[in-house]
Design a protein around this ligand. Structure first.
Ligand code: ARG
Length: 292
């Protein structure tokens, strides 16, 4: 990964990183709230400042626009307080959308909202027959799709995704309730679209020994992140191959990311963290057909 520029200067050469323009789907937090507890972060007794949530969400959207990405909006619906977390609504690869099938009934209607949006023509929607929470548990790279299970998504959905998208799916068991979706424990820094070298950051403590072995086998250069940064949702980050949008609370990652040639973009999503979500949870990627 690193090479010495000359044996005497000991300067470390950082790799050149290339950003690939993305198309994201976001949903404004108009009805955001913590009304039920379906993960370890949520406490309905703690009030939510919806105005602050909206300001933070706007900051995230503006960060994407500033990086040159396209952001489409899903219309928020009252009664669906978690709808801001669009990542959970589907997994979209090559213009095909594998729909979510939520674990908890509170979120089930979100699938219909995503389906209606997809019917606009951006991707062909395919209904899932197994419980899965979209990009919350499916992290797409050019080489493989990393798939989480243990809290939300069922292994049967991993098999369905492998068949549907024709990319190898690597099943990873999550073991720590703070990291209940895979996108809280792994960040795809570079999906390999521009570099042909997918790159991830992950928190080893969220996985079984088998899962850790699979990750080090597939990504020997992966950035292993410490508990302090992972526990503030630092891995709920969105990488485009060069820029990495991540929570400002995970400042410990900034130097590591820079050293690897990335450009960290810090955003504050503290209000959304009351529901267990960060930047990635608020972001669903539309991978269009023939995008490469
Ligand atoms: N409160 C939501 C839930 O528990 C948070 C979802 C976060 N989304 C994610 N992609 N990790 O379902």
């Amino acid at each position: 990964m690193f090479s010495l520029m000359s044996p005497t200067s000991l300067l470390v050469e950082t790799p050149d990183r290339i950003a690939v323009a993305r198309h994201y789907v976001m949903c404004p937090p108009d009805y955001f709230d913590v009304q039920y507890a379906i993960n370890a972060w949520m406490d309905p007794g703690i009030p939510v400042d919806r105005g602050l949530a909206a300001a933070q969400w706007n900051g995230l959207r503006d960060a994407y626009l500033g990086l040159g990405h396209r952001v489409s909006l899903l219309e928020p619906l009252s009664g669906l307080p978690d709808m801001v977390f669009t990542a959970n609504g589907a997994t979209i690869v090559d213009g095909v959308a594998y729909e979510a099938r939520f674990r908890h009934p509170e979120r089930a209607p979100e699938t219909l909202a995503h389906r209606a949006w997809l019917a606009g023509g951006v991707a062909r929607a395919v209904q899932a027959s197994a419980v899965n929470e979209g990009e919350g548990d499916f992290l797409v790279t050019e080489r493989c799709i990393l798939a989480g299970t243990g809290f939300r998504t069922e292994p049967a959905a991993h098999r369905e995704v492998q068949e549907l998208f024709g990319r190898p799916v690597v099943s990873l068991q999550l073991v720590d309730p703070r990291f209940y979706h895979l996108d809280t424990a792994i960040a795809v820094l570079d999906d390999g679209r521009a570099s042909d070298r997918p790159d991830i950051a992950y928190f080893p403590g969220a996985f079984t020994p088998e899962g850790r072995a699979a990750l080090t086998g597939l990504f020997p250069d992966a950035l292993a992140v410490g508990e302090e940064d992972a526990a503030v949702l630092g891995l709920n980050a969105v990488g485009d191959g060069r820029n990495v949008v991540l929570p400002v609370q995970a400042g410990g990652l900034v130097a590591d990311l820079r050293e690897r040639g990335y450009h960290p973009v810090l955003v504050d999503t503290s209000e959304l963290a009351k529901a267990g979500g960060g930047p990635k949870c608020c972001t669903l990627e539309v991978r269009e057909p023939l995008s490469r």
